[in-house]
Design a binder for this molecule. Structure first.
Ligand SMILES: [Zn+2]
Length: 401
């Protein structure tokens, strides 16, 4: 017999979050004619300088005229493992559509003279969590571009032991730049849009672009390679000629504190404070409960709890143990352990919170159904939907001892 706390959830109840709404707003602030001319002229000068002196790795730099297709730096897609394209779909229409979307964005960035030149792009950067990248293999760090290639399911199969430092920036990291150590040469394997498998060796600047873009597919940004705080920089658009062309990055004074980076990514301490505490329930004697540590507003996200997936077969074995009472159903193949305070929330048919599965991020999210006062006990309907009054045997998850 399954413990009652295993809540089977209909497929229709699945929550597939779309992140399309989180796009960068680029509507420019209103500029006067003169300001507009100065703005573009400045951009033109910066671009010219980069052409003249080279080092076009600035191309990743976020700037005022960034294409709206780019998702914001705090979008969770950027920290996700992107999905491989199944071999049968490499030449499929949907893949072609993704590629043409990427090329449109990339070429737009390359052709606009007021913008830095783009030399690489990963699909997740425009909100598509698939393993496709663009790399301009002619980008030599001397201002030359012109051979933007598509790589599907790219993999680094060999890296040189020798490494080198150079600065990096990114369209997905705001104005954060920094000095990153990378292998100086790599061998990659990938598929072309025609479905042909290719093996290529790249070195120097192009090898760096590949490493940067493939990192994106693994949910990694260049910042995570930087251990030394002195190598994490803040660079405004106008500072680029100095930072990049004059190699100012080697001794840059304007640092980006880690907290600032965490804020940009939405990972600051503030955002992960969970406004609850563990207490003893007044209604269920001796049973622990979860209370509000402060006033919580209706619809507020109370907690995003990571989950551990448990294959159903193993879940059946767990049913014979005390742990069986703590598992939730996740989807048709998996159950889930929830690693969060709200797992201990007691049941009520008149709940004040609700849980929602985030299938993309493998998290259980708990939201307030109404305003909740400080110290009030939190209740959730164990049936899932707040108004589902199907009978339950147990009204708590806590284990009596
Ligand atoms: Zn990037």
């Amino acid at each position: 017999m399954r413990p009652l706390l295993l809540r089977r959830v209909p497929e229709s109840d699945r929550r597939n979050r779309s992140f399309a709404d989180f796009r960068v707003s680029t509507s420019p602030t209103r500029l006067t004619m003169i300001e507009t001319v100065i703005f573009y002229f400045k951009g033109f000068l910066i671009t010219m300088e980069s052409y003249a002196e080279g080092l076009c790795y600035n191309s990743y730099m976020a700037h005022k005229t960034l294409s709206p297709a780019f998702i914001k730096p705090n979008n969770p897609i950027l920290i996700k493992l992107a999905k491989a394209i199944p071999s049968a779909e490499i030449t499929a229409k949907e893949t072609k559509e993704t590629i043409s979307k990427m090329l449109k964005v990339a070429l737009g960035e390359q052709m606009d003279i007021a913008k830095p030149i783009l030399v690489g792009l990963a699909a997740p950067q425009i909100g598509i969590s698939k393993r496709i990248i663009l790399v301009d293999v002619k980008a030599n760090g001397k201002g030359i571009v012109g051979d933007l290639r598509v790589y599907i399911n790219p993999e680094i199969v060999e890296v040189s032991k020798e490494t080198a430092e150079w600065y990096e920036g990114c369209f997905s990291t705001d104005r954060v730049c920094g000095v990153v150590e990378r292998a100086i040469s790599i061998t990659i394997k990938a598929f072309t849009p025609e479905g042909e498998e290719v093996t290529e060796k790249h070195s120097g600047y192009t090898a760096r672009i590949f490493q940067h873009e493939i990192d994106h597919l693994n949910g990694r940004e260049f910042v995570s390679h930087i251990i030394d705080d002195g190598k994490l920089h803040w660079v405004e658009d106008g500072q680029f000629p100095e930072y990049r062309n004059k190699e100012g990055w080697r001794n840059w004074k304007f640092l980006c504190p880690r907290e600032k980076w965490m804020d940009i990514k939405g990972m600051s301490k503030k955002s992960i404070t969970i406004p609850v505490y563990i207490s003893i329930s007044h209604t269920l004697n001796g049973i622990r409960c979860i209370r509000a540590a402060r006033d919580i507003k209706k619809d507020e996200l109370i907690e995003s709890s990571p989950i551990i997936l448990i294959p159903h077969q193993e879940q059946d074995n767990l049913d014979d143990t005390v742990l069986g009472s703590y598992t939730y159903d996740w989807n048709s193949a998996y159950g889930a352990f929830i690693l969060g305070y709200c797992l201990l929330t007691n049941h009520s048919f008149t709940p004040n919170i609700v849980y929602k599965r985030d299938f993309e991020m493998l998290q259980m999210n708990y939201y307030a159904l109404r305003d909740i006062k400080k110290d009030e006990e939190l209740f959730v309907n164990y049936n899932g939907k707040p108004h589902d009054t199907s009978p339950l045997e147990e009204h708590y998850t806590d284990y009596k001892y």
